[in-house]
Unconditional design. Structure first.
Lengths: 148, 81, 148, 81
Protein backbone atom coordinates (compact mmCIF):
# COMPACT_ATOMS: atom_id res chain seq x y z
CA UNK A 1 0.00 0.00 0.00
CA UNK A 2 1.39 3.39 -0.93
CA UNK A 3 -0.04 6.80 -0.09
CA UNK A 4 1.60 9.92 -1.45
CA UNK A 5 0.76 13.59 -0.85
CA UNK A 6 2.85 15.63 -3.22
CA UNK A 7 3.15 18.90 -5.07
CA UNK A 8 4.88 17.37 -8.08
CA UNK A 9 2.96 16.09 -11.06
CA UNK A 10 2.96 12.31 -11.45
CA UNK A 11 3.03 10.10 -14.49
CA UNK A 12 -0.23 8.19 -14.67
CA UNK A 13 1.20 5.71 -17.16
CA UNK A 14 4.21 4.87 -15.04
CA UNK A 15 2.14 4.63 -11.86
CA UNK A 16 -0.52 2.41 -13.46
CA UNK A 17 2.04 0.13 -15.10
CA UNK A 18 4.17 -0.16 -11.95
CA UNK A 19 1.12 -0.92 -9.83
CA UNK A 20 -0.17 -3.55 -12.26
CA UNK A 21 3.25 -5.22 -12.55
CA UNK A 22 3.62 -5.35 -8.78
CA UNK A 23 0.16 -6.90 -8.50
CA UNK A 24 0.00 -9.20 -11.49
CA UNK A 25 -1.16 -12.02 -9.23
CA UNK A 26 -4.33 -10.12 -8.45
CA UNK A 27 -6.21 -10.47 -11.72
CA UNK A 28 -8.16 -7.20 -11.53
CA UNK A 29 -6.70 -3.71 -11.44
CA UNK A 30 -8.84 -0.56 -11.31
CA UNK A 31 -7.51 2.98 -11.51
CA UNK A 32 -9.23 6.32 -11.15
CA UNK A 33 -7.59 9.56 -12.21
CA UNK A 34 -8.95 13.05 -11.55
CA UNK A 35 -7.99 15.86 -13.91
CA UNK A 36 -8.32 19.66 -13.55
CA UNK A 37 -11.19 20.67 -15.81
CA UNK A 38 -13.26 23.75 -16.45
CA UNK A 39 -16.44 22.32 -14.97
CA UNK A 40 -18.62 25.41 -15.41
CA UNK A 41 -17.05 26.61 -18.67
CA UNK A 42 -16.11 29.68 -16.67
CA UNK A 43 -12.65 30.27 -18.06
CA UNK A 44 -10.78 28.24 -15.48
CA UNK A 45 -7.02 28.29 -15.99
CA UNK A 46 -5.75 26.54 -12.86
CA UNK A 47 -6.66 25.11 -9.52
CA UNK A 48 -5.00 25.77 -6.19
CA UNK A 49 -5.28 22.95 -3.72
CA UNK A 50 -4.68 23.66 -0.06
CA UNK A 51 -4.26 20.85 2.42
CA UNK A 52 -3.61 20.25 6.12
CA UNK A 53 -0.09 18.85 6.16
CA UNK A 54 -0.27 17.36 9.64
CA UNK A 55 -3.47 15.50 8.90
CA UNK A 56 -3.50 14.66 5.19
CA UNK A 57 -1.19 11.66 5.05
CA UNK A 58 -2.77 10.18 8.17
CA UNK A 59 -6.31 10.62 6.79
CA UNK A 60 -5.42 9.13 3.41
CA UNK A 61 -3.64 6.20 5.02
CA UNK A 62 -6.65 5.45 7.21
CA UNK A 63 -9.00 5.59 4.23
CA UNK A 64 -6.75 3.31 2.18
CA UNK A 65 -6.25 0.85 5.03
CA UNK A 66 -10.01 0.66 5.63
CA UNK A 67 -10.59 -0.08 1.94
CA UNK A 68 -7.83 -2.69 1.95
CA UNK A 69 -9.32 -4.51 4.92
CA UNK A 70 -12.93 -4.24 3.87
CA UNK A 71 -12.47 -5.64 0.37
CA UNK A 72 -9.38 -7.77 1.07
CA UNK A 73 -7.48 -5.96 -1.65
CA UNK A 74 -4.09 -7.24 -2.63
CA UNK A 75 -2.90 -3.65 -2.77
CA UNK A 76 -4.02 -0.03 -2.93
CA UNK A 77 -2.39 3.17 -4.14
CA UNK A 78 -3.40 6.77 -3.43
CA UNK A 79 -1.62 9.80 -4.87
CA UNK A 80 -3.00 13.30 -4.23
CA UNK A 81 -1.39 16.58 -5.23
CA UNK A 82 -1.59 20.03 -3.68
CA UNK A 83 -0.44 23.48 -4.73
CA UNK A 84 -1.12 25.08 -8.11
CA UNK A 85 -2.33 22.72 -10.84
CA UNK A 86 -2.87 23.89 -14.39
CA UNK A 87 -5.92 23.05 -16.48
CA UNK A 88 -5.64 19.48 -17.80
CA UNK A 89 -3.15 18.34 -15.17
CA UNK A 90 -3.76 15.26 -13.08
CA UNK A 91 -4.97 16.04 -9.57
CA UNK A 92 -4.90 12.59 -8.03
CA UNK A 93 -5.22 8.91 -8.68
CA UNK A 94 -6.18 5.77 -6.85
CA UNK A 95 -5.50 2.19 -7.87
CA UNK A 96 -6.80 -1.05 -6.43
CA UNK A 97 -5.77 -4.66 -7.02
CA UNK A 98 -7.99 -7.59 -6.20
CA UNK A 99 -8.72 -11.16 -7.21
CA UNK A 100 -12.21 -10.08 -8.23
CA UNK A 101 -13.27 -7.19 -10.42
CA UNK A 102 -16.24 -6.30 -8.21
CA UNK A 103 -13.97 -5.77 -5.20
CA UNK A 104 -11.47 -3.73 -7.20
CA UNK A 105 -14.24 -1.47 -8.52
CA UNK A 106 -16.05 -1.05 -5.21
CA UNK A 107 -12.90 -0.32 -3.26
CA UNK A 108 -11.83 2.30 -5.83
CA UNK A 109 -15.23 3.97 -5.59
CA UNK A 110 -15.04 3.88 -1.81
CA UNK A 111 -11.59 5.49 -1.90
CA UNK A 112 -12.88 8.23 -4.18
CA UNK A 113 -15.98 8.93 -2.12
CA UNK A 114 -13.90 9.28 1.03
CA UNK A 115 -11.16 11.32 -0.63
CA UNK A 116 -13.83 13.75 -1.84
CA UNK A 117 -15.34 14.46 1.55
CA UNK A 118 -13.03 13.20 4.29
CA UNK A 119 -9.50 14.03 3.19
CA UNK A 120 -8.38 17.56 4.17
CA UNK A 121 -8.04 19.16 0.76
CA UNK A 122 -9.69 22.36 -0.40
CA UNK A 123 -9.84 23.37 -4.04
CA UNK A 124 -9.84 26.92 -5.33
CA UNK A 125 -10.59 27.64 -8.98
CA UNK A 126 -8.47 30.32 -10.64
CA UNK A 127 -10.22 31.97 -13.58
CA UNK A 128 -8.64 33.69 -16.58
CA UNK A 129 -9.66 37.13 -15.31
CA UNK A 130 -7.84 36.52 -12.04
CA UNK A 131 -10.96 35.76 -10.03
CA UNK A 132 -10.62 32.89 -7.58
CA UNK A 133 -13.37 30.88 -5.92
CA UNK A 134 -13.31 28.08 -3.41
CA UNK A 135 -15.06 25.01 -4.75
CA UNK A 136 -18.17 24.35 -2.68
CA UNK A 137 -18.71 20.86 -1.36
CA UNK A 138 -21.63 19.05 -2.94
CA UNK A 139 -24.48 17.44 -1.03
CA UNK A 140 -24.23 14.50 -3.44
CA UNK A 141 -20.63 13.92 -2.35
CA UNK A 142 -21.66 13.77 1.29
CA UNK A 143 -24.62 11.56 0.37
CA UNK A 144 -22.30 9.20 -1.50
CA UNK A 145 -20.75 8.17 1.83
CA UNK A 146 -24.01 6.75 3.12
CA UNK A 147 -23.83 3.76 0.82
CA UNK A 148 -20.71 2.37 2.48
CA UNK B 1 -3.48 25.58 22.20
CA UNK B 2 -2.64 25.81 18.49
CA UNK B 3 -5.58 26.85 16.34
CA UNK B 4 -5.36 26.35 12.57
CA UNK B 5 -7.53 27.75 9.81
CA UNK B 6 -7.83 26.52 6.26
CA UNK B 7 -9.35 27.67 2.95
CA UNK B 8 -11.86 30.53 3.28
CA UNK B 9 -11.79 30.33 7.07
CA UNK B 10 -8.09 31.18 6.88
CA UNK B 11 -8.78 33.98 4.41
CA UNK B 12 -11.57 35.52 6.49
CA UNK B 13 -9.58 35.45 9.70
CA UNK B 14 -6.44 36.52 7.88
CA UNK B 15 -3.97 34.03 9.30
CA UNK B 16 -3.24 30.30 8.94
CA UNK B 17 -2.60 29.53 12.61
CA UNK B 18 -2.27 31.13 15.97
CA UNK B 19 -1.60 30.28 19.58
CA UNK B 20 -4.77 30.71 21.68
CA UNK B 21 -4.84 30.79 25.46
CA UNK B 22 -8.21 29.55 26.56
CA UNK B 23 -10.09 27.84 29.35
CA UNK B 24 -12.81 26.62 26.99
CA UNK B 25 -13.63 22.98 27.63
CA UNK B 26 -15.46 22.29 24.38
CA UNK B 27 -14.99 23.27 20.75
CA UNK B 28 -18.26 25.20 20.87
CA UNK B 29 -17.02 27.25 23.83
CA UNK B 30 -13.77 27.99 22.00
CA UNK B 31 -15.74 29.13 18.98
CA UNK B 32 -17.76 31.48 21.20
CA UNK B 33 -14.55 33.03 22.53
CA UNK B 34 -13.14 33.48 19.05
CA UNK B 35 -16.40 34.94 17.72
CA UNK B 36 -16.35 37.54 20.46
CA UNK B 37 -12.88 38.75 19.51
CA UNK B 38 -13.36 40.66 16.26
CA UNK B 39 -15.65 40.91 13.27
CA UNK B 40 -13.37 38.78 11.11
CA UNK B 41 -13.74 35.89 13.56
CA UNK B 42 -17.49 36.47 13.83
CA UNK B 43 -17.66 36.37 10.02
CA UNK B 44 -15.63 33.18 9.81
CA UNK B 45 -17.71 31.42 12.44
CA UNK B 46 -21.12 32.83 11.51
CA UNK B 47 -22.49 29.50 10.27
CA UNK B 48 -21.13 26.42 11.99
CA UNK B 49 -23.04 24.12 9.66
CA UNK B 50 -20.65 25.30 6.94
CA UNK B 51 -17.62 24.40 9.06
CA UNK B 52 -15.76 21.30 10.10
CA UNK B 53 -13.36 20.83 12.98
CA UNK B 54 -10.43 18.51 13.58
CA UNK B 55 -8.85 17.86 17.00
CA UNK B 56 -5.23 16.76 16.90
CA UNK B 57 -5.66 15.93 13.18
CA UNK B 58 -8.77 13.81 13.61
CA UNK B 59 -12.19 14.93 12.39
CA UNK B 60 -14.43 15.73 15.33
CA UNK B 61 -17.47 17.87 16.10
CA UNK B 62 -18.38 21.07 17.88
CA UNK B 63 -19.67 19.33 21.00
CA UNK B 64 -16.35 17.58 21.57
CA UNK B 65 -14.22 18.14 24.64
CA UNK B 66 -10.91 19.99 24.37
CA UNK B 67 -9.45 18.02 27.24
CA UNK B 68 -5.86 17.12 26.36
CA UNK B 69 -6.19 18.58 22.86
CA UNK B 70 -3.15 20.44 21.54
CA UNK B 71 -4.26 21.36 18.03
CA UNK B 72 -7.67 22.52 16.82
CA UNK B 73 -8.30 23.12 13.11
CA UNK B 74 -11.30 24.84 11.54
CA UNK B 75 -12.11 24.54 7.86
CA UNK B 76 -14.96 24.27 5.35
CA UNK B 77 -16.22 20.87 4.15
CA UNK B 78 -13.40 19.18 2.30
CA UNK B 79 -13.25 19.06 -1.50
CA UNK B 80 -10.58 16.54 -2.32
CA UNK B 81 -10.43 13.99 -5.07
CA UNK C 1 -13.75 5.59 -29.03
CA UNK C 2 -11.25 2.88 -29.82
CA UNK C 3 -11.81 -0.87 -29.80
CA UNK C 4 -8.91 -3.20 -30.44
CA UNK C 5 -8.86 -7.00 -30.70
CA UNK C 6 -5.25 -8.06 -30.83
CA UNK C 7 -2.81 -10.88 -30.21
CA UNK C 8 0.04 -8.56 -29.19
CA UNK C 9 0.62 -7.53 -25.61
CA UNK C 10 -0.19 -3.88 -24.88
CA UNK C 11 1.45 -1.38 -22.58
CA UNK C 12 -1.05 -0.46 -19.87
CA UNK C 13 0.95 2.61 -18.90
CA UNK C 14 1.11 3.99 -22.41
CA UNK C 15 -2.56 3.24 -23.06
CA UNK C 16 -3.72 4.81 -19.77
CA UNK C 17 -1.56 7.90 -20.21
CA UNK C 18 -2.55 8.38 -23.85
CA UNK C 19 -6.22 7.99 -23.04
CA UNK C 20 -6.03 10.44 -20.11
CA UNK C 21 -4.13 13.02 -22.18
CA UNK C 22 -6.65 12.77 -25.00
CA UNK C 23 -9.48 13.26 -22.51
CA UNK C 24 -8.08 15.77 -20.08
CA UNK C 25 -11.23 17.85 -20.43
CA UNK C 26 -13.27 15.06 -18.91
CA UNK C 27 -12.19 15.25 -15.30
CA UNK C 28 -12.66 11.59 -14.42
CA UNK C 29 -10.80 8.64 -15.95
CA UNK C 30 -11.38 5.03 -14.89
CA UNK C 31 -9.39 2.06 -16.14
CA UNK C 32 -9.81 -1.64 -15.57
CA UNK C 33 -7.10 -4.14 -16.43
CA UNK C 34 -7.46 -7.90 -16.34
CA UNK C 35 -4.38 -10.04 -15.76
CA UNK C 36 -3.77 -13.78 -16.24
CA UNK C 37 -3.68 -15.27 -12.77
CA UNK C 38 -3.67 -18.70 -11.23
CA UNK C 39 -7.17 -18.43 -9.77
CA UNK C 40 -7.37 -21.90 -8.31
CA UNK C 41 -3.68 -22.24 -7.34
CA UNK C 42 -3.66 -25.12 -9.77
CA UNK C 43 -0.30 -24.54 -11.38
CA UNK C 44 -1.54 -22.40 -14.24
CA UNK C 45 1.22 -21.33 -16.60
CA UNK C 46 -0.70 -19.69 -19.43
CA UNK C 47 -4.10 -19.00 -20.89
CA UNK C 48 -5.24 -19.55 -24.43
CA UNK C 49 -7.99 -17.25 -25.57
CA UNK C 50 -10.04 -18.22 -28.59
CA UNK C 51 -12.36 -15.73 -30.25
CA UNK C 52 -14.78 -15.41 -33.15
CA UNK C 53 -12.95 -13.07 -35.53
CA UNK C 54 -15.99 -12.12 -37.60
CA UNK C 55 -18.01 -11.19 -34.55
CA UNK C 56 -15.59 -9.95 -31.89
CA UNK C 57 -14.87 -6.44 -33.07
CA UNK C 58 -18.53 -5.84 -33.89
CA UNK C 59 -19.67 -7.09 -30.47
CA UNK C 60 -17.09 -5.01 -28.61
CA UNK C 61 -17.94 -1.92 -30.63
CA UNK C 62 -21.64 -2.33 -29.87
CA UNK C 63 -20.95 -2.77 -26.15
CA UNK C 64 -18.69 0.29 -26.08
CA UNK C 65 -21.13 2.41 -28.07
CA UNK C 66 -23.98 1.47 -25.76
CA UNK C 67 -21.90 2.47 -22.74
CA UNK C 68 -20.89 5.73 -24.38
CA UNK C 69 -24.49 6.67 -25.12
CA UNK C 70 -25.97 5.53 -21.86
CA UNK C 71 -23.53 7.41 -19.63
CA UNK C 72 -22.65 10.21 -22.06
CA UNK C 73 -19.00 9.37 -21.80
CA UNK C 74 -16.48 11.66 -23.42
CA UNK C 75 -14.61 8.59 -24.60
CA UNK C 76 -14.21 4.85 -24.15
CA UNK C 77 -11.39 2.42 -24.88
CA UNK C 78 -11.55 -1.38 -25.11
CA UNK C 79 -8.52 -3.60 -25.77
CA UNK C 80 -8.88 -7.38 -25.66
CA UNK C 81 -6.21 -9.91 -26.53
CA UNK C 82 -6.49 -13.44 -27.88
CA UNK C 83 -4.01 -16.27 -28.43
CA UNK C 84 -1.59 -17.57 -25.82
CA UNK C 85 -1.06 -15.34 -22.79
CA UNK C 86 1.49 -16.18 -20.12
CA UNK C 87 0.81 -15.96 -16.39
CA UNK C 88 0.94 -12.35 -15.25
CA UNK C 89 0.30 -10.87 -18.68
CA UNK C 90 -2.45 -8.38 -19.30
CA UNK C 91 -5.53 -9.90 -20.93
CA UNK C 92 -7.54 -6.79 -21.61
CA UNK C 93 -8.33 -3.28 -20.47
CA UNK C 94 -11.13 -0.80 -20.64
CA UNK C 95 -10.97 2.93 -19.99
CA UNK C 96 -13.75 5.47 -19.63
CA UNK C 97 -13.68 9.27 -19.52
CA UNK C 98 -16.51 11.35 -18.13
CA UNK C 99 -17.21 14.67 -16.48
CA UNK C 100 -18.39 12.78 -13.39
CA UNK C 101 -16.69 9.99 -11.50
CA UNK C 102 -19.91 8.05 -10.99
CA UNK C 103 -20.50 7.81 -14.73
CA UNK C 104 -16.91 6.82 -15.43
CA UNK C 105 -17.07 4.05 -12.80
CA UNK C 106 -20.49 2.73 -13.81
CA UNK C 107 -19.68 2.69 -17.50
CA UNK C 108 -16.43 0.81 -16.84
CA UNK C 109 -18.29 -1.78 -14.76
CA UNK C 110 -20.92 -2.11 -17.48
CA UNK C 111 -18.22 -2.66 -20.09
CA UNK C 112 -16.61 -5.34 -17.95
CA UNK C 113 -19.88 -7.14 -17.21
CA UNK C 114 -20.72 -7.26 -20.90
CA UNK C 115 -17.22 -8.24 -21.99
CA UNK C 116 -17.36 -11.14 -19.55
CA UNK C 117 -20.56 -12.67 -20.88
CA UNK C 118 -21.41 -11.15 -24.26
CA UNK C 119 -18.15 -10.81 -26.15
CA UNK C 120 -17.16 -13.96 -28.08
CA UNK C 121 -14.03 -14.98 -26.18
CA UNK C 122 -13.34 -18.35 -24.59
CA UNK C 123 -10.54 -18.92 -22.15
CA UNK C 124 -8.61 -22.12 -21.69
CA UNK C 125 -6.27 -22.57 -18.76
CA UNK C 126 -2.98 -24.33 -19.47
CA UNK C 127 -1.51 -26.03 -16.40
CA UNK C 128 2.13 -26.86 -15.70
CA UNK C 129 1.53 -30.58 -16.28
CA UNK C 130 0.18 -29.87 -19.74
CA UNK C 131 -3.47 -30.28 -18.80
CA UNK C 132 -5.83 -27.75 -20.35
CA UNK C 133 -9.33 -26.82 -19.25
CA UNK C 134 -11.89 -24.46 -20.66
CA UNK C 135 -12.90 -21.86 -18.10
CA UNK C 136 -16.55 -22.35 -17.20
CA UNK C 137 -18.82 -19.33 -17.27
CA UNK C 138 -20.05 -18.25 -13.86
CA UNK C 139 -23.66 -17.75 -12.91
CA UNK C 140 -22.61 -14.60 -11.08
CA UNK C 141 -21.27 -13.14 -14.33
CA UNK C 142 -24.57 -13.75 -16.07
CA UNK C 143 -26.42 -12.36 -13.04
CA UNK C 144 -24.26 -9.23 -13.13
CA UNK C 145 -25.97 -8.22 -16.39
CA UNK C 146 -29.36 -7.95 -14.75
CA UNK C 147 -28.43 -4.77 -12.94
CA UNK C 148 -28.02 -2.77 -16.14
CA UNK D 1 -24.73 -22.38 -44.98
CA UNK D 2 -21.48 -21.87 -43.04
CA UNK D 3 -21.52 -23.45 -39.60
CA UNK D 4 -18.81 -22.47 -37.12
CA UNK D 5 -17.81 -24.09 -33.84
CA UNK D 6 -15.77 -22.57 -31.01
CA UNK D 7 -14.05 -23.70 -27.82
CA UNK D 8 -15.07 -27.17 -26.62
CA UNK D 9 -17.81 -27.41 -29.23
CA UNK D 10 -15.09 -27.13 -31.86
CA UNK D 11 -12.96 -29.69 -30.02
CA UNK D 12 -15.80 -32.22 -29.66
CA UNK D 13 -16.86 -31.96 -33.28
CA UNK D 14 -13.26 -31.85 -34.41
CA UNK D 15 -13.41 -28.97 -36.83
CA UNK D 16 -13.75 -25.19 -36.63
CA UNK D 17 -16.17 -24.70 -39.51
CA UNK D 18 -17.94 -26.54 -42.27
CA UNK D 19 -20.33 -25.98 -45.13
CA UNK D 20 -23.74 -27.54 -44.35
CA UNK D 21 -26.47 -28.11 -46.92
CA UNK D 22 -29.78 -28.00 -45.08
CA UNK D 23 -33.45 -27.24 -45.42
CA UNK D 24 -33.81 -26.56 -41.71
CA UNK D 25 -35.84 -23.42 -41.10
CA UNK D 26 -34.84 -22.88 -37.45
CA UNK D 27 -31.67 -23.25 -35.42
CA UNK D 28 -33.29 -26.04 -33.41
CA UNK D 29 -34.06 -27.98 -36.60
CA UNK D 30 -30.47 -27.55 -37.78
CA UNK D 31 -29.23 -28.84 -34.42
CA UNK D 32 -31.45 -31.93 -34.82
CA UNK D 33 -29.94 -32.62 -38.23
CA UNK D 34 -26.40 -32.24 -36.90
CA UNK D 35 -27.09 -34.39 -33.85
CA UNK D 36 -28.32 -37.20 -36.11
CA UNK D 37 -25.07 -37.22 -38.11
CA UNK D 38 -22.52 -38.77 -35.77
CA UNK D 39 -21.76 -39.32 -32.12
CA UNK D 40 -19.34 -36.40 -31.98
CA UNK D 41 -22.17 -34.06 -33.01
CA UNK D 42 -24.57 -35.68 -30.58
CA UNK D 43 -21.98 -35.16 -27.83
CA UNK D 44 -21.42 -31.53 -28.72
CA UNK D 45 -25.14 -30.77 -28.82
CA UNK D 46 -26.22 -32.97 -25.92
CA UNK D 47 -27.15 -30.05 -23.65
CA UNK D 48 -28.42 -26.95 -25.42
CA UNK D 49 -28.59 -25.01 -22.15
CA UNK D 50 -24.77 -25.12 -22.16
CA UNK D 51 -24.63 -23.67 -25.67
CA UNK D 52 -25.06 -20.32 -27.30
CA UNK D 53 -25.75 -19.53 -30.95
CA UNK D 54 -24.98 -16.56 -33.16
CA UNK D 55 -26.60 -15.92 -36.53
CA UNK D 56 -24.54 -13.83 -38.93
CA UNK D 57 -22.37 -12.73 -35.97
CA UNK D 58 -25.26 -11.63 -33.76
CA UNK D 59 -26.23 -13.52 -30.61
CA UNK D 60 -29.54 -15.27 -31.14
CA UNK D 61 -31.44 -18.26 -29.77
CA UNK D 62 -32.40 -21.78 -30.75
CA UNK D 63 -35.94 -20.86 -31.74
CA UNK D 64 -34.72 -18.32 -34.28
CA UNK D 65 -35.44 -18.61 -37.98
CA UNK D 66 -32.61 -19.39 -40.40
CA UNK D 67 -34.29 -17.45 -43.18
CA UNK D 68 -31.63 -15.48 -45.00
CA UNK D 69 -28.90 -16.54 -42.57
CA UNK D 70 -25.51 -17.28 -44.09
CA UNK D 71 -23.43 -18.06 -41.00
CA UNK D 72 -24.40 -19.98 -37.87
CA UNK D 73 -21.98 -20.28 -34.96
CA UNK D 74 -22.28 -22.59 -31.95
CA UNK D 75 -20.22 -22.11 -28.80
CA UNK D 76 -20.30 -22.35 -25.00
CA UNK D 77 -21.19 -19.32 -22.85
CA UNK D 78 -18.56 -16.69 -23.37
CA UNK D 79 -15.76 -16.08 -20.88
CA UNK D 80 -14.16 -12.80 -21.91
CA UNK D 81 -12.80 -10.00 -19.79
Amino acid sequence: MRVSVQEEIFDLGVEAETFAQANNGSGAIVTFTGIVRDADQGGLVAMEIEHYPGMTLKALTEIAQTAKDRWSLGDALVIHRYGRLELGEQIMMVATASRHRKDAFEAAEYLMDYLKSRAPFWKKEILHDGAADWVASKDEDEDALTRW
Amino acid sequence: MNVLYFAWVRERIGLPRERVETNATTVAALVEELRAREDRYAAAFSDLSALRVALDQELSDFDASLDGVREVAFFPPMTGG
